[in-house]
Design a protein around this ligand. Structure first.
Ligand code: SAH
Length: 236
């Protein structure tokens, strides 16, 4: 939040820089390599496929043009509509926790920029991503199509209800924070499936949830700070 305000103030003071395309693709690619080495590998992410996906997906394509130069920084960035694209390390660890296999069908709640969905699209068979805000759902859906992600499907809807038509899912990832784990998401999780979700109000815990023999087993990973999961009209 404070970071967003500072960024907006800087933009107002110095303009957007009008330095669109200031960095070349090669320079951005070098920044991406550095990001993976210093923020991802050095902090203990070991899943080779997750590392490969973070090396490949161009995070700068998922942020507004005036932020391209900051796309590989160690922080979340604003994507409009008071929402943010998560910090790269958080994307990496949430993806690693899901132990994704090529045959997995995954539900994401909170498409936002579409970056996390693209990372999932690199690793899984099908990704179904639900976004509450129509402008973000439309923009990310178009971008993911343009980038060729045929296995990533975005719909505008209320994530509290999951995506029933494609349930049950092998894995579920939630990138906004509800106060409690939405029961419908647990219903839509397969037996043996994994759910990674930030839970709480101002103070949130990232939780890894497993459905095992019908039982729900929860494990706290660490404290996080996500935008809130907003109740859609029908789930209030
Ligand atoms: N995964 C995103 C991060 C987006 S931030 C990325 O990689 O960019 C969280 C997103 O959750 C926001 O876009 C917000 O609009 C969305 N959101 C909030 N409440 C929601 C709900 N009930 N259902 C679906 N999406 C929701």
């Amino acid at each position: 939040m404070i970071f967003n305000i500072v960024l907006i103030l800087m933009t107002m003071l110095f303009g957007t820089g009008c330095e669109y395309g200031k960095l070349t693709e090669e320079e951005l690619s070098n920044l991406r390599k550095d990001m993976v080495n210093t923020q991802i590998i050095r902090r203990g992410i070991t899943d080779k496929n997750v590392i490969k996906a973070l090396r490949k997906v161009k995070r700068h394509e998922f942020v507004p043009t005036y932020l391209h130069d900051m796309a590989y920084g160690d922080n979340p960035l604003p994507i409009g509509h008071s929402q943010t694209i998560s910090q790269p390390y958080i994307v990496a660890i949430m993806t690693e926790l899901l132990i994704i296999s090529e045959s997995d069908r995954i539900l994401e709640v909170g498409t936002g920029s579409g970056y996390q969905a693209a990372i999932l699209g690199e690793l899984a068979k099908e990704v179904y991503s639900v976004e509450l805000l129509k402008p973000l759902a439309d923009a990310s859906s178009q971008l993911l199509k343009k980038l060729g992600y045929k296995n990533v499907h975005v719909k505008c809807g209320d994530g509290f209800k999951g995506w029933k038509d494609h349930a049950p899912f092998d894995k579920i990832i939630v990138t906004c924070a509800p106060k409690e784990i939405p029961p419908e998401l647990l219903n839509q999780l397969k037996e043996g499936g994994l759910l990674v979700i930030p839970v709480g109000d101002f103070f949130q815990k990232l939780k890894l949830v497993k459905k095992e023999k019908g039982k729900i087993i929860k494990k706290d990973i660490f404290s996080v700070r996500f935008v809130p999961m907003i109740k859609g009209k029908e789930s209030k």
